[in-house]
Design a protein around this ligand. Structure first.
Ligand SMILES: Nc1ncnc2c1ncn2[C@@H]1O[C@H](COP(=O)(O)OP(=O)(O)OP(=O)(O)O)[C@@H](O)[C@H]1O
Length: 250
């Protein structure tokens, strides 16, 4: 479980996060949603230590991340898998080399052990046998799946996904969402997904944190979101005329 309390972050005079508190439980898919500029990515970065909040607490299963020194943070980072926006694969490396990268960085495993783990992860994302391909030879959906395979290579306790559906068609997006949900439930990871995608919200949003202008505006599940009267949330989730009409049937 990751718990954040009263997190504040400013860039100069621009206060981007205005005291955000939330609990992200293990084994469920936690989503952070909100309009452009609402602070989603900044919150994610504050949680993994890529940004430093001026105030507040970030706890990984009770361990206070903001007070850790460099070495202690490295230990927590080893427990974190990240799926970056745009997959962020290394173009000059094959699929298996990409997946083995964190194992080379953080473990003393033998080549055979690393290869075995890479093969297991590839199998898990249904890309068995694609070891020797380069990222340029993969579709967008396959790249995301390799990104997920790399993210789970270290058997992470915590999984962060930044816009996992960006650039994917709706059908492939659902495949990626389902994979993230399955992995979360299977390995009981604490999974946090930053997303704009309304299919994801309705499909896999076990817990949803809605940010608006740097504040926590709403939290709840995908079952509850259809029945809220909060205007800002409705405007965001059910933005189109089609979605407004569809909301009546949820
Ligand atoms: N490194 C930075 N320096 C200065 N301002 C920043 C920096 N990073 C983010 N901001 C500002 O913080 C605000 C929130 O940005 P953030 O990227 O967190 O929003 P977001 O909700 O993830 O948006 P999007 O959905 O468009 O990615 C924006 O006003 C942005 O300009």
């Amino acid at each position: 479980m990751i718990e954040i309390k009263d997190v504040e972050k400013s860039f100069g005079s621009n206060t981007v996060l205005k005291g955000i508190s939330a609990k992200f439980e293990a084994g469920v898919t936690n989503l952070i949603i909100g309009g452009s500029g609402s602070g989603k990515t900044t919150l994610l970065k504050c949680m993994v230590g890529l940004q430093t909040p001026e105030k507040g607490s970030v706890q990984y299963d009770g361990r206070e991340f903001t007070e850790m020194n460099f070495e202690q943070r490295i230990e927590v980072r080893k427990e974190i898998g990240m799926l970056f926006q745009g997959s962020a694969l290394f173009d000059s490396m094959t699929v298996e080399e990409n997946i083995m990268f964190p194992l080379n960085m953080f473990t003393e495993q033998s080549f055979e052990e690393k290869m075995e783990r890479a093969n297991f992860c590839l199998q898990r994302v249904n890309l068995e046998g694609k070891n020797k391909l380069f990222p340029a030879e993969l579709s967008g959906g396959m790249k995301k799946r390799v990104g997920i395979a790399r993210a789970i290579a270290m058997n992470p306790k915590y999984l962060f996904c930044d816009e996992p559906n960006s650039g994917l068609d709706p059908k492939t997006s659902i495949v990626i969402d389902e994979l993230i949900k399955e992995i979360t439930e299977e390995y009981q990871t604490t999974t946090i997904v930053v997303t704009h995608d309304m299919n994801s919200v309705m499909g896999i949003g076990d817990y949803i944190l809605f940010l608006h202008e740097g504040k926590k505006f709403w939290e709840g599940s995908n079952k509850e979101i259809a029945h809220t009267d909060i205007e800002e949330l409705n405007d965001f989730v059910f933005a189109s005329r089609f979605m407004k009409a569809a909301k009546k049937n949820f």
